[in-house]
Design a protein around this ligand. Structure first.
Ligand SMILES: Cc1cc2nc3c(=O)[nH]c(=O)nc-3n(C[C@H](O)[C@H](O)[C@H](O)COP(=O)(O)OP(=O)(O)OC[C@H]3O[C@@H](n4cnc5c(N)ncnc54)[C@H](O)[C@@H]3O)c2cc1C
Length: 388
């Protein structure tokens, strides 16, 4: 059997491992530096104590029980595609096919240590929770939530979890009857953060900011962070006891020690079939890959998953010697249930249409339900529904 080596145990890598294992035609090995899949979309509830940290994790061992791929817990250090080799901290691995899926790093900002990010390492959600708890204990404070851009790759921006976190914090403080003692402000360098979600999104976001009395600082470049403040290009500052900032994604640092073709922003160059340009036996999927598509496109979990499914299909077809390959580009869309803690909005955009459906109360429970569904399907305890 040919050996497929999958690097990364996130949405993209796990989906590829499941599909290839189901085909029973390959020796599949997945390498991850953590022993669990982290379901990022539901991690926004950890800081507001609406979910436990462990509820967001799916142990890779549980996924393996249903789909028995080989699991290696190790850190990838270098990829040498010319020698079909991957160097990890504790071993060097060989492959016939390689699937690179270990996500992205973050843009570096001056003074970033004065902020916490819900999109960083999973454990940071606990640090955010502790900081919010401390402010609640104190009874008052200023909280700033924001996100940044990557001028070299617009698809690398991640704002959705910032909005969700801000609205969830508002509702938490309201429930505790102390909302009036807090100043909440959202900041972003774009004039219209959230615009990529489509026509309906901006009026809805503005309505929520007004209804929840969240201040806005938009359209000014962020030059850095200091203890207790965000600093903007005109030298104005936004003061806050807690700064929750999501830097845009940047190419993974391991790729700098590898021989794969990269874009200027440091993401791996792929074709429509997720094949790395010039390397027919190497695929790159999920956040680590450079996605080509309309200017509004964003890297998302469901895109990582369908790239994973396509990569598996394309490897299987390559082995059969057919040209029956599946591309990712025609399926590009934005799809999310943006949670507010007391409801949600269903957001959809593709090249033909865009719409947003407000779903008070029920939307929150739909997202909760999706979290359970996502975890159960990964361990094979619930069938995958078409399109979900
Ligand atoms: C807070 C948050 C909320 C989100 N909400 C949504 C949402 O509602 N809807 C949606 O569609 N998308 C959402 N996303 C985006 C989505 O989670 C990502 O697009 C998705 O996780 C990308 O999957 P991935 O497998 O490419 O990368 P990741 O999920 O980042 O997985 C990468 C994996 O590689 C491992 N790894 C990293 N470096 C190494 C190394 N050197 N060696 C070995 N292993 C390594 C990591 O441990 C991890 O297991 C959200 C993201 C965040 C952060």
């Amino acid at each position: 059997m040919k050996k497929v080596l999958i690097l990364g145990g996130g949405f993209a890598g796990v989906q590829t491992a499941i599909e290839l294992q189901k085909s029973n035609q390959f020796e599949v090995t997945l390498v991850s530096d953590r022993d669990y899949l982290y379901i990022y979309p539901i991690s926004i509830w950890v800081p507001v104590r609406n979910a436990e940290f462990n509820d967001v994790k799916v142990p890779l061992a549980d996924i393996r029980r249903k789909y028995p791929f080989e699991l290696v817990i190790d850190k990838v250090k270098e990829i040498h595609s010319a020698d079909h080799q991957v160097v990890c901290e504790n071993q060097t691995l060989k492959y016939d096919y390689l699937v690179v899926a270990f996500g992205a790093d973050k843009m570096k900002h001056k003074g970033i240590e004065n902020t916490l990010s819900i999109c960083g390492k999973p454990e940071v959600s606990l640090a955010i929770r502790d900081e919010i708890d401390a402010l609640i204990q104190k009874g008052s404070g200023k909280i700033a939530v924001g996100f940044g851009g990557n001028p070299k790759d617009k698809s690398a921006v991640r704002g959705g979890p910032g909005f969700e976190l801000m609205f969830n914090i508002h509702n938490l403080l309201k429930k505790k009857s102390i909302r009036q003692n807090f100043e909440l402000t959202f900041f972003a360098p774009m004039e219209e953060p959230g615009a990529r979600m489509g026509k309906g999104a901006l009026p809805m976001l503005n309505k929520l900011f007004d209804r929840y009395q969240v201040g806005k600082r938009f359209g000014k470049k962020i030059t850095g962070f200091e203890p207790g403040s965000v600093v903007f290009e005109d030298e104005s500052k936004l003061e806050a006891d807690l700064i929750l900032f999501i830097p845009a994604s940047a190419g993974h640092s391991v790729l700098q020690a590898s021989d794969l073709p990269l874009t200027e922003a440091g993401f791996i160059q792929i074709d429509n079939f997720c094949q790395v340009r010039g390397l027919p036996d190497v695929y790159a999927i999920g956040d680590i890959a450079a996605i080509e598509g309309p200017e509004w496109i964003a890297k998302q979990g469901h895109i990582a998953e369908f790239m994973g499914r396509n990569a598996a299909h394309n490897i299987i077809e390559s082995e059969k010697g057919t040209s029956n390959k599946k591309g990712y580009q025609e399926h590009l869309n934005i799809l999310c249930v943006m949670d507010t803690g007391d409801g949600a909005a269903f957001v959809f955009r593709n090249s033909q249409k865009s719409f947003l459906i407000p779903m008070p109360v029920v939307g929150h429970w739909m997202k909760k339900g999706w979290g359970t569904y996502s975890k159960l399907t990964k361990v094979g305890k619930f069938p995958r529904l078409p399109g979900m």
